[in-house]
Ligand binder design. Sequence first.
Ligand SMILES: *Cc1c(COP(=O)(O)O)cnc(C)c1O
Length: 252
Amino acid sequence: MNSGVGALRCEVFHTKLLLPHEIMDTIGVNLQAVKQRIAHAARLCGRDPADVALIAVSKTFDADAIAAAHAHGQYAFGESYVQEAVEKIAALPDLALEWHFIGAIQSNKTRPIAEFFHWVHSVDRLKIAERLSAARLAGLAPLQVCIEVNIGNEHTKSGVAAGEALALARAVSRLPRLKLRGLMTVPTPSADYAQQRRYFSQLRQIKDDIVSAGVALDTLSMGMSGDFEAAIAEGATLVRVGTAIFGARTRD
Ligand SMILES: *Cc1c(COP(=O)(O)O)cnc(C)c1O
C-alpha cells in the first residue's frame, strides 16, 4: 500500500524473535493489518487515524489470545457474554486493559457489567441504564455508555428504534453514575460498500440530531470486520473488530 508497510513487517518479525508463539504471530500480523486498513480508510476521507480507536472483539477467544494482542500493543477489548468475560478479566489482573461490553444485556446481569467494564455499548432501554447506574461503584469512574440503535435490521430486536433514540439519550444523560458518550449500531450485514455506508450514515445523522437537540455525544461505535472501512468513512470513532484479528469463531 505504501512504504510504511515494510517498516511494520520488520517490527512484526522482530517481535516474533522475542515471543515465538504461533498464536502471537498470527494475532500480531492481523492486528498490524487491521491498523493499516483503519489508517488507510481514515486518510482516504481526510480523517486523522488517531481519531478512530480499535476495540479488539475477543468473545469466544481465551485469555491467552487477549494477552497476545496486548503484547502487540492492543489494550481495548470487546466482550459479549458476561460470565465468559468476567472469567477472562479475572485471569488477566496484571494487564492494564480497557473492557467494553458489546452484547445483549439481561437485567439480572447489570451488576457484574457495571463492576468489571469501563464501557457498555449496548444500552437500549432506560431500565437497563438505571440498573447500571445504580450498580456502578462510587470508587470507579462513571461507566462510559453508548445507546444501541437498530438501523435497518429486522432480524434482531436489539437496539432502540431511531425515533426513540433522542428520548432515551436525554434520560440516560441524567443518570449519575453513567457518562453518555454516543451511539452504537450493528446493521444488517451487507457486502455492498454503498449499502454499508447508507446504514452508517443513518447512525451519524441520528447522532447529529441528538447533539443539535442539546445532548452532548462524541462517539460513534460502528464497523466490524466486514464493514469498518465504510463506518470510518461515515465518522466512526470506535470500530469493533473480532474475526479480522483473532480469526473465525467456532461459535457466536
Ligand atoms: C462479534 C461482534 C463484533 C465483531 O464482529 P467481527 O465480524 O468478528 O469483527 C462487533 N460488534 C458486536 C456487537 C459483536 O457482537
